[in-house]
Write a protein that binds this ligand. Sequence first.
Ligand SMILES: O=P(O)(O)OC[C@H]1O[C@H](OP(=O)(O)OP(=O)(O)O)[C@H](O)[C@@H]1O
Ligand SMILES: Nc1ncnc2[nH]cnc12
Length: 172
Amino acid sequence: MTELRTMILDRIRDVPDYPKPGVLFKDITPLLADPVAMAAVVDELAGLHQVDKIVGIEARGFILAAPVAYRAGAGFVPVRKKGKLPAATLEESYDLEYGSAVIEVHRDAFAPGDRVLVVDDVLATGGTAKATVELVRRAGADVVGIAVLMELAFLKGRERLQGERLHSLVTV
Ligand SMILES: O=P(O)(O)OC[C@H]1O[C@H](OP(=O)(O)OP(=O)(O)O)[C@H](O)[C@@H]1O
Ligand SMILES: Nc1ncnc2[nH]cnc12
């Protein structure tokens, strides 16, 4: 196991039955609280692709995506839950491991053909990531990859993202 992988796994806490019975929640707050581990994660994600924009998915995705954008010298674009963005938006509905939601992006968030990396903390069923990719493409950008800290392989999110370049720093 690589040093980065060990560092990440040692700092993710399993919380059973949150937010619903039967869900094993992967809590990243111990990782966020460790500056050395966070710097290693951000550096790794920032080095994956040369892009114009990093897209972060509300809310935990923001925590990773914003420093990745800074480190990569790219712009940051928020994909937010419905009703939070002030100007004209595009929206997508989706299901995730423990519910459903609607996400939005500003219609003018990208220049045509902007190269984009989508960043999030966890890939579970892939519903959130898939909806985000659709949204970003509808807004006129070119999604060159999806990067997550942790992939929950048993939920088969990767299968829903066939054809995309998916990077996960750890898979469990
Ligand atoms: O692969 P999926 O099954 O779609 O699940 C993954 C998504 O679920 C979590 O977000 P959540 O909607 O719980 O929002 P939060 O970041 O505000 O906690 C997580 O941060 C991912 O975005
Ligand atoms: N099991 C899980 N832990 C943390 N975040 C998640 N998002 C979707 N499923 C999750």
